[in-house]
Design a protein around this ligand. Structure first.
Ligand code: KIV
Ligand code: ZN
Length: 546
């Protein structure tokens, strides 16, 4: 384990008051603002999976969604509020009573429920979007916050587009919110427009002028978007100016260019503790795992050069750098890969290892699988151990993550790939035969295609009687070497619904088939996606044909 008080070991600076540094609250909005990223739609069970991991990560607040926005979001927020413990669960609402009631209905089961109410305060939003006068916005703010507080909720108030609002009007709005009972005042840089010094000045301006009634403690919070690539810098500047809550998302996902990235804010505070003198409750060793989970479930890939969680974040390419790191890692590394939970160890399990050893090792890595999933991962592990010389933690995590993906409310997937045979080459028509198992029996089908993957997809479509469209397809190697596992992530669509599937195997055609079946199982959980007619090779458009 890393020792943050020993900079020579970790690169982290000791704080000027190590041990007594003030705490910054981490408000994670991956499940709300993050889910607003184009193309992302998480199911209830996926949101729950992320929420459980956010608890392991140690965030203070989980904003689980915007309950009035859809029945699915309402169900997800309610499920998160009902299950996770030890964190605050927030639900977003506009100033309308219907929004507030719906959000309260969703979060009230939480151990610590919070209503997050927002209204826009910039002229451009008030005139063109809200069509409300400043006085009407002041009134709506007070009424909504007072109404929410009277329900018994902890209330956070956000002045949307705060950084393009008149700072003196902002003071008036926040005073109204505080008078109504809001204890957390959030200053969003909604369009990612501000700069660090300007934002810090705004936070000071507000802190000096807005007080809680009868000396109530107010928390000033910030919520930065990354349109100019300044979200992390702006959040850190606000912390220096006295903000005590930062809103952020895992991998920085979110509307347009995204939100401030949780891992960047947390690791900047930790690595530069001497400068900021602030701590968070986040366990940095959970960062990599959380990043992988969010990327897998949202389908949003992390760019290789992304700070902290990118594949290259700890890779040293040039000879000079490699030489320096070998002599002393601190020459070019300000953080250690293991500090952020990047597993470097080679797995101690081999093909003779039993189920108990696998389960114990998975528990060490933070995975607690139910019996059925453990059985499936164990079977896959044995198959892999027969093929690969060395199975490392990354391979194992890839298998677990594939087997961990399930469908809401279903104990067993609808379709399971049992067998796959492919004939392909430069002089033959690619043909695939698949055997699939389902609760209603076994189906065997064959099909040709433009390429082997196309043929496999067409055979699966035929066997399952469905006609999904392939919307996205991505293939990468999990680790290096000729025997590396291939990982396929794809998105299928049927009748306006889409779902992601993920498959891993040393055989990339099998990985593709597994990913296809996984996405299909999720799609078939939607009633709209059922009943597609059986179609041939043209119905399932493979990556090698489109
Ligand atoms: O960016 C924004 O202004 C928001 C608010 C709802 C906090 O997401
Ligand atoms: Zn936002």
């Amino acid at each position: 384990m890393s020792d943050p008080d020993h900079p020579a070991e970790t690169g982290a600076e000791p704080g000027p008051s190590a041990g007594t540094a003030a705490r910054v609250s981490i408000f994670d909005t991956t499940l709300r603002d993050g889910e607003q990223s184009p193309g992302v739609a998480l199911t209830v069970s996926e949101k729950l999976e992320v929420a459980r991991q956010l608890v392991r990560l140690g965030v203070d607040v989980i904003e689980a969604g915007f309950p009035i926005s859809s029945p699915g979001d309402f169900a997800a927020v309610k499920a998160v509020a009902g299950e996770v413990r030890g964190v605050t669960v927030a639900g977003l609402a506009r100033t309308d009573r219907a929004d507030i009631d719906r959000s309260w209905e969703a979060v009230r089961g939480a151990e610590r429920p919070r209503l997050h109410i927002f209204i826009a305060t910039s002229d451009i939003h008030m005139v063109h979007k809200l069509k409300m006068s400043p006085d009407e916005v002041l009134r709506a703010t007070h009424e909504a916050v007072a109404y929410a507080a009277a329900l018994g909720a902890e209330v956070e108030f956000s002045a949307e587009d705060a950084t393009r609002s008149d700072p003196d009007f902002l003071v008036r709005v926040f005073r109204e919110a505080a008078r109504g009972g809001a204890t957390i005042l959030n200053v969003p840089d909604t369009v990612g427009y501000t700069t660090p010094q300007e934002f810090a000045a705004l936070i000071r301006h507000l802190r000096e002028r807005v007080e809680g009634p009868r000396g109530t403690d107010l928390c000033f919070s910030v919520h930065c978007h990354d349109d100019l690539g300044l979200a992390t810098a702006n959040s850190l500047a606000a912390i220096e100016a006295g903000a005590t809550q930062v809103e952020c998302t895992v991998n920085g996902i979110g509307e347009r260019a995204g939100n401030a990235s949780l891992e960047e804010v947390v690791m900047a505070l930790r690595t530069r503790r001497g400068r900021y003198d602030r701590t968070t409750g986040v366990d940095p060793r959970q960062i990599t795992r959380t990043s992988h989970l969010v990327s897998r479930l949202t389908g949003l890939k992390v760019q290789p050069n992304k700070a902290i969680v990118g594949a290259n974040a700890f890779a040293h390419q040039s000879g000079i750098h490699q030489d320096g790191v070998l002599k002393n890692a601190l020459t070019y590394e300000i953080m250690r890969p293991e500090d952020v939970g990047l597993v470097a160890s080679s797995i101690v399990l081999g093909k003779l290892s039993g189920r108990h050893a696998l389960s114990a090792h998975l528990a060490d890595l933070g995975y607690d699988l139910d019996e059925e999933r453990l059985r499936r991962v164990f079977t896959r592990f044995k198959e892999l151990a027969d093929k690969k010389k060395e199975v490392n933690d990354l391979d194992l995590l890839a298998l677990v993550e594939e087997e961990a993906g399930g469908v809401d409310g279903q104990k067993r997937e609808q379709w399971v790939l049992e067998e796959l045979q492919v004939v392909s080459g430069s002089k033959v028509i690619p043909t695939a035969t698949v055997v699939l198992n389902s609760p209603t029996g076994v189906r065997k089908e064959a099909s040709s295609g433009l390429g082997p993957v196309d043929a496999v997809f067409a055979a699966i479509a035929r066997a399952t009687g469905s006609s999904p469209k392939l919307l996205e397809y991505d293939l990468k190697a999990v680790t290096g070497g000729q025997d590396a596992l291939g990982e396929v992530v794809l998105r299928l669509g049927i009748n306006g619904k889409s779902a992601l599937g993920r498959g891993v195997s040393t055989d990339v055609i099998e990985a593709s088939a597994r990913a296809f079946v996984a996405a299909l199982n999720k799609l078939l959980a939607f009633p709209e996606a059922q009943g597609g007619e059986v179609v041939g090779a043209k119905a399932a458009v493979g990556p090698d044909s489109d």
